[in-house]
Design a protein around this ligand. Structure first.
Ligand code: SF4
Length: 346
């Protein structure tokens, strides 16, 4: 039967190495992996692995850790120096955030369901080979990569042994044990901390008591990674009813568990999604809150995605915006990726 999907610009797989590494995890090159497509060709063929994002926090990194600075972006062109990640998007998740999916279907930027496709492990590795060949960072995303713990470990070990490169994860924070195993292979990680303990269950579409557990898991996960020297981007959605006191509580916990030299905190301004009755905050209100919270913990970098449909980020540190936004207004940042949560006018 003809395949319904096409792998984005694959590279050549070293099959002996893949078989050896996959075998350690009771996998084989033909093991099926559920993947989310990203767009489709005119004939309807689904594209697997066609998505990239930039590592926005790159401008707060000096050497191998985050350091104080007064101005992060000196010219429009510098935005294009942020590293490119190739998104390996798994088709399963262990929670059900209402703004992401309904009825077990993920929703794309256009609000339409995205149907997961079974893809062979060797094809996923070929996708990663192509990415590494272009100098991109392989980033396991979702869905959530914690639902494919052995696949992500096998691919990461394969790439590390073959090229000495490290991978990245975008993870909801629920899997500290898996994250610890991944840590030696990771250069960076985005870890969700989606709200204070009493609200996080509702935000993630799970029972309140399970939400409280996931809150603790996220702190454990991000702490383990940042303390292992993995650049860790903690991500928190901000809704219309999110208070500065709630964000202060999160800030205290982030401060308590993490090595701040390796920790960045991204605030994600919620954009209304059909079917969810949560309200959205104002841009100015969120930035004022960021400044207030940032004053409490001056050593922690904060950022908020700006012009989400075109990319970019506003940085806050020690209570001040640390970026000249005027330059970013003129930038065409279409290659910075897209998303379905945030739209901030700068
Ligand atoms: S954790 Fe991420 S992938 Fe999973 S349901 Fe929530 S938003 Fe979607």
């Amino acid at each position: 039967m003809e395949k319904r999907y096409r792998i984005f610009e694959p590279g050549r797989v070293e099959m002996d190495l893949l078989a050896e590494v996959a075998g350690k995890f009771r996998l084989g090159p033909d093991s099926p992996v559920s993947m989310l497509p990203y767009g489709q060709l005119p004939d309807g063929t689904l594209k697997i692995g066609a998505e990239t994002r930039r590592l926005y926090f790159h401008f707060a990194v000096d050497g191998d850790c985050f350091v104080p600075g007064t101005e992060l972006v000196k010219s429009s062109e510098e935005w294009k120096e942020a590293p490119v990640t190739r998104i390996i998007s798994f088709g399963k998740c262990n929670v059900s955030c209402p703004y992401c999916k309904r009825d077990c279907q993920f929703l794309g930027d256009d609000g339409l369901p995205i149907i997961a496709q079974p893809v062979l492990l060797a094809e996923v590795v070929a996708l990663c080979e192509g990415a590494v060949g272009r100098g991109e960072i392989v980033r396991f995303s979702g869905g959530d990569p914690v639902t494919f713990p052995t696949v992500t470990l096998a691919i990461s070990e394969y790439l590390y042994r073959r090229y000495g490169v490290k991978t990245s994860i975008a993870h909801n924070g629920s899997g500290p044990a898996w994250a610890r195993k991944m840590a030696p292979y990771l250069g960076s990680a985005a870890i969700d901390l989606k709200g204070v303990p009493e609200k996080i269950g509702g935000i993630m579409g799970i029972e309140a008591v399970r939400g409280e557990l996931f809150y603790k898991n996220s702190l454990e996960t991000q702490g383990a990674l940042s303390r292992a020297g993995v650049l860790t981007d903690v991500r928190t959605p901000v809704f219309g009813d999110t208070s500065v006191d709630e964000m202060r509580r999160l800030a205290q916990d982030i401060y308590r568990v993490n090595d701040l030299r390796y920790t960045f905190w991204t605030w994600r301004q919620y954009k209304p999604v059909q079917g969810c009755d949560w309200s959205a905050p104002t841009r100015d209100g969120v930035i004022e809150m960021m400044k207030m919270v940032s004053r409490d913990i001056p050593a922690l970098w904060l950022g908020i995605r700006a012009k989400w449909d075109k990319g970019g980020m506003i940085y806050v540190k020690a209570g001040e915006v640390r970026q000249k936004t005027a330059d970013t207004l003129a930038v065409d940042m279409r290659d910075f990726g897209s998303g379905n949560l945030i739209e901030v006018a700068v």
